[in-house]
Design a protein around this ligand. Structure first.
Ligand SMILES: [Zn+2]
Length: 273
């Protein structure tokens, strides 16, 4: 599943390769993703508009168009954006294809259909049902000032809080586990029973681990492709995620695992308190 660093990698890649291109056609077939996708009605809106800016909010991509409007994209569990030449065969699940003025195509495929592509008219972004609920941005330079008091006000385990999109946007299971290990906080600890100092360390760790992963082009579990066709790999060394039963990289104790908010997480019983 693409996590925030993968989405940011995709965003940068799209910006590099597609900024300034104009949409000349829209192809695909109507399909029910997280929201219904109807390429025919999108064609009426999108053709003639220019891809102006590429933004990210949590794990959402926002493509700002000229003269107005925004394309909202979420990759869900298996969504994939690909920049391709028309001669390259399309994937079986290429739900949407944007034809561009330089002859290339931007293709969206989503085998498991948990993603979405939607049109946001001017002003719709602020009221969007998904975007308006998102919490603070984990790469926000002020995260260490904003996040600690939000976590400290809640009783749930910090691991569950980190993955609550209404508090902080786009931190998935991998990066929550890694940040907790770095901050030496046990994932089961209640937010309100963790000091503000320690939660500040956690906020710094969240931003740090994500920033490193972005710098390395995203850390992927499966063969998740970047838009130019390259594949991501385990660029960031994971210290605890998926390593239960192995020795802690810091102290050598055996890493333990448990389920918090429905997700398996690993931690060191000695380093993390
Ligand atoms: Zn340890």
């Amino acid at each position: 599943m693409p996590e925030l660093p993968e989405v940011e990698t995709v965003r940068r890649s799209l910006e590099l390769h597609l900024a300034g291109r104009t949409i000349t056609g829209v192809e695909g077939e109507a399909v029910k993703l997280r929201r219904p996708l109807d390429p025919k009605s999108l064609a009426r809106i999108l053709v003639g508009r220019r891809l102006e800016a590429f933004r990210r909010r949590g794990k959402f991509l926002l493509v700002d168009l000229e003269p107005e409007g925004t394309i909202l994209v979420h990759l869900g569990m298996s969504g994939r954006l690909q920049i391709a030449q028309p001669s390259e065969p399309r994937l079986p699940h290429n739900h949407l294809v944007l034809l561009l003025d330089d002859g290339r195509e931007l293709r969206y495929a989503d085998t498991r259909r948990f993603g979405l592509v939607d049109w946001l008219a001017p002003g719709a972004e602020a009221m969007d049902s998904s975007l308006s609920k998102l919490g603070v941005e984990p790469l926000d330079p002020h995260i260490a000032e904003i996040l600690p008091s939000l976590l400290h006000a809640r009783r749930a385990p910090v691991k569950a809080l980190l993955m609550d999109q209404r508090l902080i946007a786009g931190v998935g299971n991998i990066y929550a586990a890694e940040a907790l290990w770095r901050a030496r906080i046990r994932p089961t600890r209640a937010g309100n029973r963790t000091s503000l100092n320690r939660l500040t360390n956690l906020a710094v760790a969240v931003r740090g681990v994500l920033t490193e992963a972005v710098a390395q082009g995203g850390t992927t579990l499966r063969d998740y492709a970047t838009p130019e066709g390259g594949y991501g790999y385990f660029a960031l060394e994971l210290k605890v995620y998926g390593r239960q039963g192995e020795p802690c990289p810091s102290c050598g104790s055996t890493l333990r695992a448990g389920v918090i908010a429905g997700r398996t997480t690993a931690w060191c019983p000695i380093c993390q308190r």
